[in-house]
Design a protein. Structure first.
Length: 467
């Protein structure tokens, strides 16, 4: 098929599947809460042409000229910061691009900080005073991008020696909180049988570290924020409270109340969300269902194990979710997703309102075709909706979701490369999207294709749709 025909066919196929799902569920009288969801949410998006931006077409990259992603007509993009690219500090760009945000802006120049979700004990990508553990391969890199010229002007290593820097979040004071999605410890074993060995880590992992927009980080964990399999964070600028997600099959939603607003290194209190009488929210929930929220203290946030941070909260009635990942602040609310939550285990989008202590279900996926395994998310500066990064085996998409629960496809991974850039070659269409974030003026959307490790900068007619 040609690119145009493929885009039209994909749209028809997904609409047909969506209609089939509505008819099937409609035949069972109120047996599931998704009847209302499908008719009011996903089906409503189909009837609203203003929600999305049109069919997705293969668009050539402004850097390599290869059609690495599919976008609506009128949108363009450039790739920057490929794995193996030389950075300004002389270090080659690490692989496994993940969470990311724009943390500072100075006129046309914005600063992005990007995670590198590298596991194992094969060594840090740079050994210096920014290295926490010389055997750990994860960390962050900073990039200065010119929104007027569309060019990457500078990049450098900002923290290294961490493990599985999956996501994180920006702070109102202009820094990035990078999160380790691990509980790797000194003395941990790897391999099996005669291949088993002790890993070389010199530090315990599972922490959050703070990275500045300019310069480099001090590799000092913020231990009061908890030791667990972290994913993302979001900061309420009014209070300075940091909300944290846990990527685990049995996951908690946490908040960190700092002793001093804006000074996380001064310590504070970690708490876990509790909904009285609702110990488990991993299954299906009716759209717009609202819950009153309480919080329970975590007495030993540094423990990690025996009991874990999650179990400390659960023992006090804390509520269980299924794999919490993306988290973002917007409209005086905290948005986060449950990657495998819901009746069909394809994901839920939640909205927490700190002022009223209420939790609302924005959207629950009725099928893989509509939304599959949302990971990182971000909020549009125009205040209209969210961008969700899929991580489900692919071809993965960037999905738009309005705040009233309408969904649409915005981009699709079409990444097949031929070796012309850093000798990278292969079909990476199954790789996850990660790190979606907008420039402050809303004109550019940045996102990562984790493998082979590429950052894309997208611009176009945002005013034509719901982002």
């Amino acid at each position: 098929m040609s690119g145009s025909t493929r885009g039209e066919a994909d749209g028809i196929q997904r609409r047909t599947l969506l209609r089939a799902g509505v008819q099937m569920i409609g035949g069972v009288a109120m047996a599931t809460p998704f009847q209302a969801l499908l008719t009011r949410g996903a089906h409503a998006a189909e009837r609203d042409p203003a929600a999305g931006y049109g069919d997705l077409l293969p668009i050539p990259d402004g850097t390599t000229k290869l059609p690495l992603i599919r976008l609506p007509k009128g949108f363009t993009y450039k790739t920057i910061g490929w794995t193996g690219d030389d950075m300004t500090d002389g270090v080659k760009t690490p692989n496994s691009h993940d969470g990311m945000a724009v943390v500072a802006a100075d006129g046309d120049r914005i600063t992005l900080i990007r995670n590198h979700e590298v596991s194992g004990d094969n060594g840090a990508f740079i050994n210096s005073d920014i290295t926490y553990d010389k055997y750990a391969g994860g960390g962050t890199t900073n990039m200065i991008f010119n929104t007027k010229t569309g060019e990457l002007e500078k990049s450098w290593s900002s923290i290294s020696g961490t493990v599985r820097n999956c996501a994180g979040g920006l702070t109102p004071w202009g820094s990035w909180l990078t999160c380790e999605e691990t509980l790797a410890s000194i003395g941990d074993k790897t391999g099996e049988g005669d291949k088993e060995r002790t890993m070389r880590f010199e530090q315990d992992h599972g922490w959050i570290c703070e990275v500045p927009a300019d310069g480099t980080a001090q590799p000092v964990p913020l231990k009061d924020m908890g030791r667990f399999s972290h994913e993302a964070v979001a900061v309420d600028p009014a209070t300075g409270i940091v909300y944290e997600t846990e990527d685990s099959g049995s996951a908690g939603f946490f908040r960190f109340i700092p002793n001093e607003k804006g000074k996380l290194q001064a310590g504070g209190k970690l708490q876990m969300l509790k909904i009285a009488g609702v110990p488990d929210l991993t299954g299906g929930v009716e759209k717009d269902k609202t819950f009153k929220v309480e919080w329970v203290d975590i007495p030993k946030p540094h423990e990690g194990h025996s009991p874990s941070v999650f179990h400390q909260g659960q023992e006090q009635g804390g509520t269980r979710f299924a794999r919490l990942e993306g988290c973002w602040y917007g409209n005086e609310r905290i948005y986060f997703d449950s990657t495998s939550g819901g009746d069909v285990k394809e994901g839920q989008i939640w909205e927490y309102t700190p002022r009223s202590e209420e939790l609302r279900l924005v959207f629950e996926s009725p099928s893989k075709q509509v939304l599959s395994q949302p990971d990182n998310i971000c909020f549009s500066p125009r205040g209209k909706g969210l961008v969700c990064c899929e991580d489900s085996g692919g071809p993965n998409r960037l999905i738009g979701i309005t705040l009233d629960g309408r969904v649409f496809n915005f981009a699709e991974n079409n990444c097949v490369v031929d070796g012309r850039r850093n000798r990278i070659k292969g079909d990476f269409r199954g790789s996850e999207w990660a790190g979606a974030c907008f420039s402050p003026d809303g004109k550019w959307l940045f996102a990562n294709i984790q493998r082979p490790g590429i950052t894309v900068a997208i611009t176009g007619p945002w005013e034509n749709g719901a982002l």
